[in-house]
Design a protein around this ligand. Structure first.
Ligand code: RIB
Ligand code: CA
Length: 345
């Protein structure tokens, strides 16, 4: 299945890309770099460096807008590290970006695979919003859209009520949900975007033990990461992909620990990637979603109208339940063997 991945590569975005390239049922036809966790140029460096590490050729990477639609960019180096991948170092690469930007890449991919393309967004919705302005028929051209973003009847991770991807560019998120609402005059409710908020993704927590299972599946066992390790202790894994994932995850574990959440890391984006390929991993409830733009305390908050108070069509399938063990089973059975091949492609 053709997949277009719009990412703000960051640690969990990188793991989502690894999952897609490890999945035999995914054919990644394009990657969009979106400003978010780190500036857009750094996101592009990370995306190109990951393709070098994976040994993957012929996947175009397109750079998106440097700032959100109408506000300055806010980044999250405290969460993902100064370059967005924690302590990990990616190989040097001479790969280059497409001459066209991310919004044009979205439209070109959708037109190349009309009715077949799986769209995945694991960063702010800036470039998807710009793509919708370019091609209002985009919702009809996509087979499926999965958005990691928002928090539904659940606290935020960036403000008390707002989730990072929606808070970086609330206007873009509001525009996407509004357009999709209008565009989905289609009778087929299957066509509504799948929206995975923190209420769902925070059920999926990577731990040192699960990371150890991944390393073992890659034939590259290494010392299990521990909160007792010196900060920044480099991975001793023999496998180059496991080394990068361990060094990236260590920073992410340390961040979550410092937030009081434990020495673990929520895998928001890999879950979204897995759902893009197989929506049956999650249970949904449809609702009408909109984004608060003017609230003094609540700007960037995603609001779900489950009961039709607004009298507006449903515009989203909101993920409400997932089996984390089933997800990790699939993640390890795919990324483990994929990692074995890294360094030999
Ligand atoms: O709030 C979690 C989301 O924000 C994830 O996509 C993470 O990568 C950050 O972009
Ligand atoms: Ca992300």
């Amino acid at each position: 299945m053709p997949v277009f991945a719009d990412v703000d590569t960051g640690v969990d975005d990188a793991m989502a890309l690894a999952y897609l390239f490890a999945s035999p049922d995914a054919h990644v036809v394009g990657i969009a770099s979106t400003a978010g966790n780190v500036p857009v140029a750094q996101v592009s460096i990370n995306n190109l460096g990951l393709l070098e590490l994976f040994g993957i050729d012929d996947v175009p990477v397109s750079e998106g807008a440097p700032v959100p639609l109408s506000i300055p960019l806010r980044t999250a180096e405290d969460t993902h590290g100064p370059e967005g991948l924690g302590y990990a170092r990616l190989p040097e690469t001479d790969r280059s970006l497409t001459p066209y930007d991310a919004a044009h890449a979205w439209v070109a991919a959708a037109r190349e695979y009309p009715g077949e393309l799986l769209g995945l967004v694991t960063g702010p919705l800036t470039n998807l919003a710009l793509a919708l302005r370019l091609e209002p028929a985009l919702p009809r051209l996509l087979r499926r859209l999965v958005i990691m973003g928002g928090a539904f009847d659940y606290r935020g991770n960036t403000t008390p009520v707002a989730e990072w991807n929606t808070h970086v560019d609330p206007e873009a998120a509001a525009e996407v949900f509004a357009v999709w609402g209008a565009a989905w005059g289609l009778s087929t409710p299957t066509h509504l975007p799948i929206v995975l908020g923190l209420n769902l993704t925070e059920n999926v927590a990577m731990t040192p033990s699960i990371l150890g299972r991944l390393a073992a599946a890659a034939g590259s066992p290494s010392a299990q990461l521990s909160v007792l390790d010196d900060r920044g202790t480099p991975s001793a894994a023999a496998n180059p992909l496991i080394r990068v994932l361990e060094d990236a995850m260590r920073f992410y574990f340390e961040f979550h620990f410092d937030q009081g959440e434990g020495y673990l890391a929520h895998l928001h984006d890999p879950l979204a990637a897995a759902v893009a390929l197989d929506p049956d991993l999650v249970r949904y409830q449809s609702a009408t979603v909109d984004v608060e733009l003017t609230g003094t305390l609540t700007r960037g908050m995603t609001v779900a109208d489950w009961r039709g108070h607004w009298g507006r069509e449903h515009n989203a399938h909101i993920g409400v339940e997932v089996d984390p063990a089933a997800f990790f089973e699939r993640f390890i059975e795919r990324v483990g063997p994929f990692a074995r091949g890294v360094g030999h492609r």
